[in-house]
Design a protein around this ligand. Structure first.
Ligand code: KG4
Ligand code: ZN
Length: 340
């Protein structure tokens, strides 16, 4: 089965072609227009998708060496995300589906991230513990099976990627700043500043706003002319506190149930220090740690097409009314179950 997929929920415009579970081609463009604004500007994101989507889809099809008429199923992210951005990808995909007479699959963006690691590893052992960390999501989830998911914890304020972006902006980096912070922190001392490690009570929820404020105060307390000399230490200490608060909860979850793997996804899963820490946590309980390569951690259409194929193979029917859902809270997402 040949699947054509589109992802346009935020600032990545991406198209992919898969033959069953094998990726034939993926084209992803990250919009750069938002850099100077320090965050994604929804109206500009939608307009930029309008300009990009047709060329990106054509490029993916041509790179895969197939024709549109040979595609069997067309998929697109229908939520959650920015309404204008979602509409561009979803309507473009549904237009193609109508004109070619092929079925359309509307995909939940978070569900696509959950299975993205299978693009490179094949089927994951079940159940697995999932850490989804991006600019929009911070979720610790139990993946029991296809369509059997359980949310253990989420963020009470900023998403982890958002905290990286805000701290990066204070440090003078362009948006999105996560990768630059990762790189700068690698040369710093993690013990130089004593930042709070948020425990957010004994739940599995996360909180990063206190840490962000502590970072700002630590910056202000330093002499302006010496700030640059302390930057790597400041960022390394921030990163350590942020990631330790996440890993603490991952460790606790791993001790409390028999997971067969720990898996990460989302843009922050590309972080070099997080990868080391996650592997250590998995080693402690003797299970594999699976983190996709960075291009599949960030938003991409390959994961959208893969999920559509996987659900189709499991006999799950496509959503009956595939309008877009900018807000699609997990508790309104019918496949989320309660913790045991
Ligand atoms: O998944 P993604 O591409 O888009 C969504 O937010 O859904 O994730 C983007 C986020 C941004 O906040 C970016 O700063 C962060 O991922 N990010 C990183 C790294 N690479 C990207 N954060 C920390 N370390 C990185 N290496
Ligand atoms: Zn995402």
């Amino acid at each position: 089965m040949l699947v054509l997929a589109i992802e346009s929920s935020c600032d990545e415009c991406s198209a992919a072609v898969l033959r069953d579970d094998a990726l034939c081609a993926v084209q992803t463009t990250t919009q750069t227009i938002h850099r100077r604004f320090g965050g994604v500007v929804p109206e500009l994101a939608g307009r930029s998708h309008l300009e990009l989507v047709d060329a990106i889809v054509r490029e993916a099809i041509s790179q895969a060496g197939v024709s549109l008429s040979s595609v069997d199923l067309i998929a697109a992210t229908i939520g959650p995300g920015l309404v204008g951005s979602l509409l561009v990808g979803a309507m473009y995909a549904q237009g193609l589906a109508l004109s070619t007479g092929r079925p359309f699959w509307g995909v939940h963006h978070v569900e696509a991230h959950l299975w993205s690691a299978e693009l490179t590893t094949g089927e994951l052992p079940l159940p697995f513990l999932m850490l989804l960390v991006s600019g929009g999501h911070t979720l610790l989830m139990e993946v029991r099976d296809v369509r059997h998911y359980c949310v253990l914890g989420t963020t009470l304020d900023d998403a982890l990627g958002e905290a990286y972006d805000k701290v990066g902006k204070l440090s003078g980096f362009d948006f999105p700043a996560g990768a630059a912070v990762d790189q700068a922190a690698a040369g710093g001392n993690i013990h130089a500043f004593d930042f709070p490690i948020s425990k957010a009570d004994d739940s599995y929820d996360f909180s990063f706003s206190g840490l962000k404020t502590a970072f700002l105060y630590a910056m202000r307390a330093l002499p302006q002319h010496g700030l640059f000399d302390h930057m790597a230490d400041l960022l390394a200490s921030f990163q350590e506190a942020a990631l330790e608060s996440v890993i603490m909860k991952v460790r606790r979850a791993l001790r409390q149930a028999d997971y067969r793997a720990v898996v990460a996804a989302g843009g922050v899963a590309a972080n070099s220090r997080l990868r080391v820490k996650l592997h250590q946590a998995a080693d402690e309980v003797g299970i594999p740690c699976v983190v996709p390569p960075p291009e599949f951690c960030m938003d991409n259409a390959a994961m959208v097409g893969y999920l559509a194929w996987k659900l189709h193979r499991h006999g799950v029917p496509a959503p009956a009314y595939p309008s877009v859902h900018p807000r699609w809270p997990l508790n309104e997402w019918t496949h989320v179950e309660q913790p045991n």
